[in-house]
Design a protein around this ligand. Sequence first.
Ligand SMILES: [Zn+2]
Length: 263
Amino acid sequence: MKIVTSYQKLLHSHSIRDGHPVFQGWNYTDSELKQWFTQISTQQMLDTAQTYLNEVEAIVNRVEAYFETTLPGELVLIPSMGDIDGFARYDRGHHTVMLGIDFPDASIEYLRALTAHELSHVYRDHSPAVWGFLGKPLGQVTRDEYLEATTGREHLISEGLATLASQAIYPEFPVHDHHYYDLDEMNWCFSNDVKINEALERCVKESDPDPWKFYRPGLVAKGSPSRTHYYWAAKRIQNWIQSTHGMTLLKAHALPADEIRAF
Ligand SMILES: [Zn+2]
């Protein structure tokens, strides 16, 4: 995968024009960029970004070794501007992963796990069988068609697999790092497993499931964190892999959502 270090250029020039076209399209101004680097960024944020820049090649190599392939597309490293963490953007067989590497409170462990997570989406999205039902080569699938074809079930499968891939690639990190939770949020999920299961079971039984609503904190019950659907899907897919003869996490990544009978 090609690594594009927009962050470095923008840090020195404070000029949006030096950013990747996707970043340019988000309409930040030069003065907002300058303010971000000179007034809002803390030393800790600048240091974490620098550590990541020094490591990024090794991180991508580790992820690609896990997937046993060179991943297509580009990984674009940008200032987070306080908003952007990780975002994998598909268009006509090409992938652009935008990664804000100076997110406030981000640690290097968080960025490693996030990279593994986003690149798992890239691997899955470039596995032809996943989108086989569209009946055309991936290079002809536009961004709009891709978004239209991403059902609630595919979203759950894809996020569950990405959470598991992050754990498989960085098993030395505590589990809450792979869910982007603090310890309290992770423990909330462990203690309220039954409530999470009931809410997601109800969701997937609907005729057109909407798991995206689980990005909202407090949806499952008072105090529930965001993204409980990642936690739920990862757990269910893990159980399915373990109970399915010959199945592995890598093989599951390349299967259409309907063939992963985890829920
Ligand atoms: Zn994801």
